[in-house]
Design a protein around this ligand. Structure first.
Ligand code: PLP
Length: 406
């Protein structure tokens, strides 16, 4: 292989910075989530509890979802067999798009193969449609939004995280007649804080800007029917383009946008990330359809209430134990470590000595110096699991000489 040294050098830099990523090989056992069996390098296995899954509500193990997927594979077969344009549109794709449009109160919706692709494809295509557009992007927006905005080649302004004053100053500085888009998330997944949604919509109205909202860490979990924070906060009709995933609370895979007919039609017709790839497998679409529909019902409301209660229970246990909880208003429960090597050491010891699996969160997912462990308790994490987790954390905290909460 030519230029091999360049690849080795790149890896060695990542290792030196303490952010080399090791994937944990998990064998899950249907129905017993969050328990699983990890397999290590030499084939040895250990039973563990998963504390960092984004299957926030455990819908990936839901019997109705699994049965819908079984039925789809039995009746439709495996893959979709083509791009959406060339034989890859099945009944499940169409029905799921209708369900998502209805969920978000929009005219129509469009499926993508992932949430990442939906952000990247939509944002990068907006500039083709609005050539003189300026995109105002929250500083903590996800990599998929950043990549989409970058690829669009349009003028972009980064506003300080959730800082309405800074956003206003940036918008005032630009010509009033240029098209504008404000791109932000509802729940920021690493800190667990929430955007000031109503105020952002007010600013958008004042400056005639389009609102683009990533609800990836909120769909299924917030709002009366699980449509997200915009639904909970009563501003869904003020968001022009809502983007979401089917891979987190909905427990399956795929991404989407929901918006006006003309917007979706233009993205459908112009976004390479939508056009030139095989469509989502119909089995996935069938599972997602069941999951989205189920989370709109009383069963969804019960799960959401239980999810919030479990998140609060874990936060309180961390507070009581003096662990450095990063306070949040949401289901995300981060513990600040502030150093990549210690963060990795903590995660390794938790896994190997205590059977607790929580992946270290390092740069570039979070800024350097803010490395952390990010826990995602679900309705199926028990209080006993939480007590075991806190005991393990306290033992390691002491062993590594880590500071407790101030
Ligand atoms: N948007 C945000 C805020 C995310 O955190 C993620 C993934 O973690 C995505 C988009 C991408 O979604 P998906 O995992 O479905 O590709």
């Amino acid at each position: 292989m030519k230029h091999l040294e360049a690849f080795e050098q790149a890896i060695s830099t990542i290792r030196e910075e303490g952010r080399y990523r090791v994937f944990i090989d998990l064998k899950r056992h249907r129905g017993s989530f969050p328990r699983a069996t990890a397999r290590f390098e030499h084939g040895e296995e250990k039973d563990i509890v998963v504390w960092c899954s984004n299957d926030y509500l455990g819908m990936g193990q839901d019997d109705d979802v699994i049965n819908a997927m079984h039925e789809a594979v039995d009746t439709f077969g495996a893959g979709s067999g083509g791009t959406r344009n060339i034989s890859g549109t099945t009944r499940f794709h169409v029905d799921l798009e209708r369900e998502l449009a209805d969920l978000h109160g929009k005219e129509t919706a469009l499926l993508f193969t992932s949430g990442y692709v939906s952000n990247e494809a939509t944002l990068s295509t907006l500039a083709k449609i609005l050539p003189d557009v300026i995109i105002y992007s929250d500083a903590l927006n996800h990599a998929s939004m950043i990549e989409g905005i970058r690829r669009s080649g349009c003028d972009r302004r980064i506003f300080k995280h959730n800082d309405l004053g800074h956003l206003r100053a940036l918008m005032e500085n630009d010509a009033p007649d240029r098209p504008k888009v404000i791109a932000f998330e509802s729940v920021y997944s690493m800190d667990g804080d929430v955007a000031p949604m109503k105020e952002l919509c007010d600013l958008a109205d004042e400056f005639n800007a389009i609102t683009y909202l990533d609800e990836v860490h909120a769909v299924g979990m917030y709002g009366h029917e699980g449509a997200g924070v915009a639904q909970r906060d009563g501003v869904m009709d003020r968001i022009d383009i809502i983007e979401g995933t089917l891979a987190k609370a909905y427990g399956v895979m795929g991404g989407y946008i929901a918006s006006d007919e003309a917007v979706v039609d233009a993205i459908r017709s112009m976004a390479p990330g939508f056009i030139f790839t095989t469509s989502t497998c119909p089995v996935m679409a069938a599972g997602a359809l069941k999951s989205v529909a189920k989370l709109r019902t009383d069963e969804g409301r019960r799960l959401r209430a239980e999810h919030q209660a479990k998140a609060e229970m874990l936060k309180q246990k961390f507070r009581d134990a003096g662990l450095p909880l990063m306070e949040s208003d949401t289901h995300i429960v981060p513990l600040m470590v502030g150093d990549p090597e210690r963060c990795k050491a903590l995660s390794d010891t938790l896994l190997h000595d205590f059977g607790v699996y929580v992946q270290p969160i390092n740069y570039p997912t979070v800024p350097k110096g803010t490395e952390r462990l990010r826990f995602t308790p679900s309705p199926v994490h028990t209080e006993e699991m939480m007590n075991d987790l806190v005991a393990a954390l306290l033992a390691i905290w002491k062993q590594l000489g880590l500071p407790k909460a101030a």
